[in-house]
Design a protein around this ligand. Structure first.
Ligand code: ATP
Ligand code: MG
Length: 255
């Protein structure tokens, strides 16, 4: 059984932040470094970190979903693992203890449901002051071959399993934007029906902003766990989130 430590924070940094999402396998090293430094500066205990795949996963997964060839699934996994290592190394360079947790080795899709078997690893890591670093990945599917688990789905899983007190999702936009481009400050399940939220400008096999918001609204409505969606390309926003700072501009997703 999972024992939940006090005050667990779940932070996702999107692939739109860590990579050039319009390119193929192009990281943003300075941004990866800055985010690691901000995580070190905030010194938050019990942090579960998730990152998206960006150009280290979406274009590769798109190929797999077309060909359904085993080698293309492996190419997808290898690419996102490379990005994961860049993130883990950047954290290590900041004297933080971090470990990679690859969903392919602990998450499967069975009967249309995603089954996560990463609780023990996360629990033991947190107990030892280690930051587990999960990422969107390709996973085995009992129907046939592989399917995708998104970083956003992993955020919801980790937040529920560890009863997160704060959930933050950083992307390359200031929050969820309305039709005029203004940041929606709070968003509920009811609001969602009125908004015209689209996917992503880039290749995003997991539904981009629309699916992200739908997942987070459900998390808030059913489990009373709120999330803040903010711009992680802007300096200090990660620190602000990790410190629970009210100056953080973004969209608060409530039930
Ligand atoms: N209403 C909206 N408000 C804000 N962003 C939106 C909206 N509709 C679509 N988007 C797009 O969603 C993008 C962010 O979602 P996206 O899935 O591309 O990023 P990510 O989750 O950070 O990346 P990854 O999936 O690689 O982790 C923005 O760059 C923007 O282009
Ligand atoms: Mg996405």
């Amino acid at each position: 059984m999972t024992t939940t430590p006090e005050e667990v924070y779940v932070l996702k940094i999107g692939g739109s932040v860590l990579t050039e999402k319009g390119e193929l396998k192009q990281p943003r090293p300075a941004t990866i470094r800055r985010i690691a430094q901000e995580i070190a500066r905030a010194a938050r205990k019990n942090l579960i970190l998730v990152h998206g795949a960006g150009s280290f996963g979406h274009p590769q997964a798109k190929v797999y979903l077309t060909t359904r060839e085993h080698k293309d699934a492996l190419i997808t996994h290898e690419a996102v693992k490379e990005l994961n290592m860049l993130v883990v190394s950047a954290l290590t360079d900041c004297n933080l203890k971090a470990i990679p947790l690859h969903p392919l080795s602990g998450v499967v899709s069975k009967g249309g449901e995603i089954v996560y078997k990463l609780n023990d690893q996360i629990e033991l890591a947190l107990k030892q002051g280690i930051i587990p670093v999960l990422h969107g990945d390709i996973i085995l599917d009992d129907k046939d071959g592989f399917c995708i688990v998104s970083g956003d789905q992993l955020v919801v899983y980790a937040a529920k399993a560890f009863k997160a007190s704060r959930v933050g999702v950083g992307t390359d936009v200031d929050g969820v934007l309305d039709d005029s481009g203004a940041v929606i400050r709070t968003l509920t399940l009811q609001d969602l029906e009125k908004q015209n939220i689209k996917g992503s400008e880039h290749v995003d096999v997991t539904g981009g902003m629309k699916e992200k918001v739908e997942l987070l609204v459900q998390l808030a409505a059913r489990y009373k766990i709120r999330a803040v969606l903010f711009n992680a390309t802007k300096d200090s926003n990660v620190v602000k989130f990790l410190r629970g700072d009210d100056d953080l501009i973004g969209t608060l997703i409530t039930g």
